[in-house]
Ligand binder design. Structure first.
Ligand SMILES: *Cc1c(COP(=O)(O)O)cnc(C)c1O
Ligand code: SF4
Length: 458
């Protein structure tokens, strides 16, 4: 296809090229000057601890600066005071005010980050696959049909989300910097694992990569030896933070040709786009990017967490899902905010998450009801809160696995005592006086075996 035909309209040519600001450059962001000075100071303090990165396009086109304090796009990207416990905030504020040097600030930041559960749900240790006894870094294989790959050039994002569960790697926690720069291990593993139907490229945001890097990782997918890998998924928030990637970047057309080649070769190519608010779907450049991606034959599926202070409102979700369907996108997952980082600011009780999901779901057509949630990505699997009900006079949550470490657990209903304050699976207790959930025994066994396996030659 001639992508020039899906024109780069003149009004879409960006006024500036990609330009990024981090904590060091906060003073250079001119829009901040109109904010109350106290708010500016708070941003400075919190940005010492949580990741901060934003680009000019987000600053100029997405954030509503007249209403910054309640603007979802502002809260999505700028650190807020209440993201830290008051004590942590005060300690850092004090240190910054005292004119302490970088070393002292860095030391306190490291200490305070430890209180924010930087390593949630055993992602890294538990799910790293091995080949001939060799651990394959930069990969995760948790659910048997899907392998995750973290290309080393894709471990940042065009901007950072303040709620990101991968935040620790963005502030330099090397133990979490989890990536691979080589494809041989990946494809050797895929060749051996015929049960794998999906390859999921993730990050960071793999769309920060140049097309020639993407080619290097993706062209081997065209080989007959991995024809069982039917689907390529790409996790990305570039449609929000840098839609130019698909429209006006120098290698945008090459990128689309690459996607089209994969589609023509019979692969299902799915963009797993991350959206939190319908506002993200309004930008002209985003609309253009969506049209261009869809013209390649790739699908765009949408997922994102439910967040206090950003989208804790059923009408925000229903409007977002309707808008997605209108633009030809497919609503896919609504997640529960994970138990890490700035969760104290974003977390929502499970009972509230369910209410938002149900109310939003009730008001959209069947085409938007492809979305499943609220779902917790926990160590045993993705657990969906399906409902609250009463059985034998006990108020309970009805739960099920959408994905599970053992596929036999998937879809089995189970029950937890209702708890209006619970925000995560760990807070839940089994209902009906049972002392554990049906999967717990087996889960412990899997963990033990896995540890034994890691130490044994096989
Ligand atoms: C969510 C997830 C997947 C994909 O699950 P689907 O339900 O197939 O979308 C794969 N691996 C991990 C580790 C995940 O968290
Ligand atoms: S785009 Fe995704 S990976 Fe990047 S900061 Fe946001 S949530 Fe995290």
């Amino acid at each position: 296809m001639n992508y020039a035909a899906i024109a780069r309209r003149p009004e879409l040519v960006p006024s500036s090229k990609f330009k990024v600001y981090t904590e060091k450059h906060l003073d250079k962001i001119s829009q901040l000057d109109i904010l109350p000075s106290q708010l500016r100071d708070e941003i400075r303090v919190v940005a010492k601890i949580l990741p901060f990165r934003v680009n000019q396009y987000v600053l100029d086109q997405l954030i509503d600066w007249d209403n910054a304090e309640t603007d979802p796009m502002f809260i999505l990207t700028f650190p807020q005071r209440d993201m830290l416990a008051p004590e942590s905030f005060n300690r850092m504020a004090e240190l910054v005010r005292s004119g302490a040097d970088n070393k002292a600030i860095h030391a306190l930041a490291t200490q305070l980050r430890q209180q924010l559960n930087p390593h949630p749900a055993g992602q890294m240790e538990l799910n790293v696959p091995s080949l001939d006894n060799e651990q394959l870094s930069g990969m995760q294989h948790k659910y048997h049909e899907t392998v995750l790959f973290f290309p080393s050039q894709g471990q940042v994002c065009h901007s950072y989300c303040t709620f990101c569960f991968r935040w620790a790697q963005f502030v330099g926690d090397k133990s979490l910097r989890f990536s691979s720069g080589e494809v041989d291990g990946l494809y050797a593993y895929l060749k051996r694992h015929k049960e794998v139907s999906d390859l999921l490229l993730t990050g960071g945001d793999p769309m920060v990569m140049k097309t020639h890097h993407l080619k290097y990782y993706l062209e081997p997918l065209l080989d007959r030896s991995v024809r069982h890998v039917q689907t390529l998924r790409i996790g990305s928030k570039a449609l929000t933070y840098w839609p130019h990637r698909f429209v006006t970047d120098d290698d945008a057309d090459d990128l689309l040709r690459l996607l089209e080649r994969l589609v023509k070769a019979g692969k299902h190519v799915a963009f797993m786009a991350h959206f939190n608010h319908w506002r993200e779907l309004e930008a002209k450049m985003t609309r253009r990017a969506i049209q261009r991606i869809r013209a390649t034959g790739a699908e765009i599926r949408c997922q994102g967490p439910l967040l206090a202070n950003i989208n804790n409102d059923a009408t925000v979700w229903s409007r977002m899902w309707r808008e997605q369907v209108r633009l030809g996108l497919i609503p896919y997952y609504m997640f529960v905010e994970r138990d890490t980082g700035a969760r104290r600011y974003f977390e929502v009780p499970l009972t509230r998450a369910l209410q938002v999901y149900q109310q939003a779901y009730q008001s959209v057509s069947g085409l938007a009801r492809t979305v499943r949630g609220p779902s917790m990505s926990a160590a045993p699997g993705k657990v969906q809160v399906q409902g609250v009900t009463e059985i034998n006079n006990e108020k309970v949550f009805l739960l099920r696995f959408l994905q599970a470490r053992n596929e036999n657990w998937t879809q089995q209903p189970f029950f937890a005592r209702f708890d209006e304050n619970a925000t995560w699976l760990d807070d839940l207790k089994p209902a009906f006086g049972q002392n554990q959930f049906f999967f717990e025994e087996e889960f412990r066994q899997i963990l033990n075996e896995r540890q034994a396996f890691d130490h044994l030659p096989n």
